[in-house]
Every structure is written in structure tokens, then in C-alpha cells.
Design a binder for this molecule. Structure first.
Ligand SMILES: Nc1ncnc2c1ncn2[C@@H]1O[C@H](COP(=O)(O)OP(=O)(O)O)[C@@H](O)[C@H]1O
Ligand SMILES: [Mg+2]
Length: 369
């Protein structure tokens, strides 16, 4: 009998998207082919404690329902049961061959967990430390897009201290560079938390204050009157793009309510676009993936201007929503890759990337050829 691969599925975590992660991870665990894989559920509480014994999913679901304390600063930050010794020394968590982190937002999608897994020498699905961190920070991602000639909306990075110490200067900079309407958002978050559309000067301070509750790095962006197009990317060194989808929110923009509570938000697959535009968007998605050094998977979110027909990159999500009705797997399904096979491919890519990184020389002798 072929040995089953032990796949640790990591879920929960210390971010506002804890509950979304539980739903995504349940879908992943259900869809993993049990003839090939032994699933090892690994939960992380909102306070950062790792759970591997018993039934971590049930435990976290019960805690969420019981309105456990909101995520916040905790002294219990260090995973309690992982030992950072590569190879056989990983005594803390059960032995796994590969980990699938299904964690959204900070402390999961931002390179922190990826760094931990690198140190522990465990292969994992998705981008590494650099790709995860770059894609998470919308300001740095945009700077890299620009440096690579990839189009994105004009923006200003405002540091929280600057806004707090010099509000008049910040407002002047925003008005000179961008004007209204504009979007204000925290640089490192997701799910549209802390994002505002600002129509006039009197609303700008409240929008900056709101974003400043979530981050020390704030982004103000030119508002694009756009259709919102999404593209799934899959691969390591030679990534490929899926067919495109369009999000049609019925609210003013794709805010938190439109994402999670408004059933009238439409997901249209495939997006109704001329073939040439589709090809352009797919190419941009792949170039953005490579520019940020992503690996495995990412969902590229783009804007297609209703006014000019120009395409702009908005952001890359390195651990996109993964329920069976989420855009990332649905776009692959529409491209001919069913959900369980997508999971197979992602695990394969994780192992390939781990082997590829293992090729790096760890010693150097000047007299060597
Ligand atoms: N520059 C912009 N122009 C038009 N709409 C925007 C812009 N920035 C954000 N939005 C709207 O706000 C939503 C959330 O912003 P986004 O930057 O994608 O943050 P998040 O990471 O929280 O999804 C977008 O899906 C879009 O509806
Ligand atoms: Mg978004």
C-alpha cells in the first residue's frame, strides 16, 4: 500500500478573519482525497495557542460561537507546541509531510507563519515569507508593481504618526495628488475592514482615523470607476492564470457587508469581457504574481475602468477564500480543474518548492569550482 501523505491543515489564527478561515479550512479538509492523504487538523486560537490534540476544528467553532475574547495582543504568542528543529526533532506537533495554511490576514497570510514553517523545515502550500509579506502590504506591493511597469491606481502612503502630528499637511498632499473621490485603507488588512470611499474633504479625517485604528501604514488611493475582475493564479516558476470572474456588489463598493452578508452580491464566471481584454488581464495577473515572488497560489484582483477601459492591478491575495463557493477554487473549476484536483496540485507545488529551496548550497569555499 502506498503511504498516505500527512497533510497538516492550519486554521483559525489571530486575525479578524478567524471565522472565515474556519469555513475555508473545513472545505479544504472535506475535499482532500482521503485515499491519498491523512488529514491532520491544526487549529490556532484567537490568542495564538496551537491545538493539535482532540478535534481542533470543533473546539475553535465552539469558541467562536461562545464569543471568545476578540483577537488582540496576547502574551501567549509563541506557538506552545512546535519545536523549531528541522527533521526529526519536530516533537511539538504531530508529524506532517506538508502543511496547508488556510489562514487569512495578519499572522497567517503575511509571512509570519511561513517564516515559522521555513525554520521548522516543513514544506507548506502557497507563497514564502517574501511573497506573502509583499502581497500583504498594499503600499509595498504597489511600489513593486510600478517598478515592474504594471499599472495600478495612483496612491499616497501616509504614516499614522505623520497624520497624527501633521494633519493639515497630509490633507494638502492628498488633495494635491489625488483629490476626491478617493479610497482610504489600512495597508495590511483584508475583508475591506477599515476601507472608506471619501467623497469630500470633510470626510477625509474620519476615514484616516478609521484606517489608523488598524494599521500604522495608511493608503490613500485615486478612486477608479471600475468593474472588479478576479483571476486565479497557480504555479511556482511558471504560473498559469484561470478564466476571469467579475464581482458585482450591489453596495457602493465591495465592502465587508457586500463580501460576507449581502446575498445580492453577484459573482459572474466567466466575466463578460472581450477576449483581448481577458488575455491582457491574465497576463497582468501572472506578471504581478512573479513580481511579488509569489508561489503556489494567489488570487489577483483587478479594476477594469468603465471610463477608459484601462486595467489596473488592485491587489494579490496569497491565501484567498477557499470555501467551495469561493472565487479562487470556482475560477479553477470553470477552467477545468475541479476542487480536489486543485488541492492535489497545490500540495505538489508545495513539495516541489521545498525541494527547489533544498538545492541551495549552505556552505561556501572560495577555492571550490
Ligand atoms: N482605488 C480604488 N478604486 C475603486 N474602488 C476601490 C479602490 N480601492 C478599493 N476599492 C473598493 O474597496 C474594496 C476593498 O479594497 P481592497 O483594497 O481590495 O481591500 P481588501 O484587502 O480589504 O479587500 C475593493 O474591492 C473595491 O470595491
Ligand atoms: Mg480586496
Amino acid at each position: 500500500m502506498v503511504k498516505k501523505l500527512r497533510v497538516g491543515v492550519l486554521f483559525g489564527g489571530r486575525s479578524g478573519e478567524h471565522e472565515v478561515s474556519l469555513v475555508s479550512a473545513s472545505s479544504v479538509m472535506n475535499a482532500l482525497d482521503k485515499t491519498k492523504y491523512q488529514v491532520v487538523p491544526l487549529g490556532i486560537t484567537k490568542k495564538g495557542r496551537w491545538l493539535s490534540d482532540g478535534e481542533p476544528m470543533k473546539e475553535l467553532q465552539a469558541r467562536s460561537q461562545a464569543h471568545e475574547a476578540q483577537p488582540g495582543i496576547s502574551r501567549d504568542l509563541v506557538p506552545s507546541k512546535i519545536e523549531l528543529v528541522p527533521g526529526t526533532g519536530r516533537t511539538g506537533i504531530p508529524y506532517v509531510d506538508v502543511i496547508f495554511p488556510v489562514l487569512h490576514g495578519p499572522y497567517g497570510e503575511d509571512g509570519t507563519v511561513q517564516g515559522l514553517l521555513e525554520l521548522a523545515g516543513i514544506p507548506y502550500v502557497g507563497s514564502g515569507v517574501l511573497g506573502s509579506a509583499l502581497a500583504m502590504d498594499k503600499a509595498v506591493a504597489k511600489a513593486i508593481f510600478r517598478a515592474n511597469g504594471l499599472p495600478c491606481a495612483d496612491y499616497l502612503l501616509v504614516m499614522r504618526w505623520d497624520w497624527e502630528e501633521h494633519p493639515a499637511e497630509v490633507i494638502e498632499r492628498v488633495e494635491q495628488r489625488l483629490g476626491y473621490p478617493c479610497f482610504v485603507k489600512p495597508a495590511n488588512l483584508g475583508s475591506s475592514v477599515g476601507v472608506s470611499k471619501v467623497h469630500q474633504a470633510t470626510d477625509l479625517p474620519a476615514a484616516l482615523n478609521l484606517a489608523a485604528r488598524y494599521d500604522r501604514r495608511l493608503l490613500v488611493e485615486e478612486a477608479i470607476n471600475a468593474r472588479e475582475i478576479e483571476c486565479s493564479v497557480l504555479g511556482n516558476d511558471h504560473p498559469v492564470a484561470s478564466v476571469l470572474g467579475e464581482i458585482v456588489p450591489k453596495r457602493e463598493f465591495y465592502d465587508y457587508i457586500a463580501k460576507y452578508h449581502d446575498e445580492s452580491t453577484d459573482l459572474i464566471i466567466p466575466a463578460d469581457l472581450p477576449p483581448q481584454k481577458m488575455a491582457e488581464i491574465q497576463e497582468l495577473a501572472v506578471r504581478a504574481f512573479l513580481a511579488l515572488d509569489c508561489a503556489g497560489m494567489a488570487r489577483a484582483d483587478l479594476f477594469f475602468s468603465r471610463d477608459t477601459g484601462q486595467v489596473y492591478l488592485n491587489e494579490l491575495n496569497t491565501i484567498p477564500g477557499f470555501t467551495s463557493v469561493s472565487m479562487y477554487p470556482k475560477l479553477w473549476e470553470a477552467s477545468g480543474l475541479p476542487y480536489p484536483e486543485l488541492l492535489d496540485r497545490l500540495i505538489q507545488l508545495a513539495l516541489e518548492r521545498h525541494r527547489d529551496r533544498g538545492r541551495m548550497s549552505t556552505s561556501y569555499r572560495a577555492d571550490e569550482d
